[in-house]
Design a protein around this ligand. Structure first.
Ligand SMILES: [Zn+2]
Length: 136
């Protein structure tokens, strides 16, 4: 497991826009790329019944985004979402979701209130903070 995440900077720019667009709800999406670089994002509608502090990706959109990854021969690298009013640290709900993801996936959280983005890598049971590099 590499201890660094490399993401194309346009994804970070889009994340900030998307978080404002969906405010006061959380925005969410999935990240794809190659093993070395995350260069693709698909934004998915958040259909959680309490979208202010949670996200649940609309399943048909999620499936079609995953199919797009396969078509483009990209790997599903991770999940991205915003916290409209709280810090960019994993919530209890985030931590409960982690066992559903493979270890070594990127988990990106943007805090709209604090204007901070933090990156994590999934382990079997938790999230490990990792430095994120944005490529211009
Ligand atoms: Zn969260």
């Amino acid at each position: 497991m590499s201890a660094k995440i490399v993401i194309h900077a346009f994804i970070h720019d889009e994340l900030k826009i998307q978080a404002r667009k969906t405010y006061p709800y959380e925005c969410c999406g999935i990240l794809g790329g190659t093993n070395g670089l995350i260069n693709t994002v698909y934004w998915i509608n958040n259909i959680h019944y309490n979208p202010y502090i949670n996200f649940l990706m609309e399943p048909y959109e999620l499936l079609s985004a995953l199919k797009e990854f396969s078509k483009k021969q990209l790997v599903w690298r991770g999940v991205v979402h915003s916290h409209p009013l709280s810090a960019a640290i994993p919530s209890q709900e985030d931590l409960e979701f982690i066992p559903n993801l493979s270890p070594g996936m990127t988990y990106l959280i943007y805090s709209l209130s604090e204007r901070v983005t933090n990156g994590y890598l999934t382990t079997n049971t938790s999230l490990q903070p990792v430095k994120v590099t944005y490529l211009r």
